[in-house]
Design a protein around this ligand. Structure first.
Ligand SMILES: [Zn+2]
Length: 190
């Protein structure tokens, strides 16, 4: 058995990998001590350093459910706080989440946690709603996929998208009242 560990790039040695040649094969282990180590892979003797490091790299890549200390993932406020690699239950985004009593502290990612059902009141008093991409009026939404409900109600009534120069006024000045009889379409001269 020949110890080939020193042929590995330094960062893999630092991560606890060891490499041996035995018979006509290469054996990759991790965290070896006098109790033995974790067997990772058996590779043909012809395997290059690149082949070996590819295998090691794949092993180092974290998997969902894996738990690490804050220091290991580059967060050093509370270095020993445990984190778990977790997929957001709404959108599936994978991120490190604090572990609290053995469970992820947050089940939703930040943007999903702030999601208010796709509806909110804007600063000028109009209600904005989010439209799905396949909605016939999606082209009228802003860059975030939201549209003011007064414009949407008018477009649905007319059965066409509004031009950017067209304005929709609320007759009684209550901007949240988008009953069609309360709406008036006005065109700005272009
Ligand atoms: Zn999410």
């Amino acid at each position: 058995m020949i110890d080939l560990t020193q042929t590995l790039p330094q960062r893999f040695i630092g991560a606890g990998f060891t490499l041996y040649e035995k018979g006509s094969c290469l054996y990759l282990y991790r965290n070896q001590n006098h109790h033995g180590g974790i067997f990772i892979a058996k590779l043909p003797i012809k395997a290059t350093v690149l082949n070996v490091t590819e295998v090691a790299e794949r092993y180092l890549k974290p998997k969902i459910g894996e738990i690490k200390r804050a220091v290991e993932i580059g967060r050093d406020k509370k270095p020993y706080q445990k984190y778990i690699l977790h997929a957001c239950v709404i959108c599936g985004k994978i991120r490190w989440v604090q572990l609290a009593k053995g469970k992820p502290k947050h089940l939703k990612c930040q943007s999903c946690a702030h999601w208010k059902g796709g509806k909110f009141k804007g600063s000028k008093g109009y209600i904005w709603i989010s439209l799905p991409r396949n909605d016939p009026f999606f082209s009228m939404t802003n860059s975030k996929g939201y549209i003011r409900t007064n414009r949407l109600a008018m477009a649905q009534h007319l059965g066409r998208c509004l031009y950017s120069g067209e304005r929709v006024q609320t007759r009684n000045r209550v901007k949240t009242d988008v009953r069609i009889e309360n709406l008036r379409l006005i065109s700005k001269p272009r």
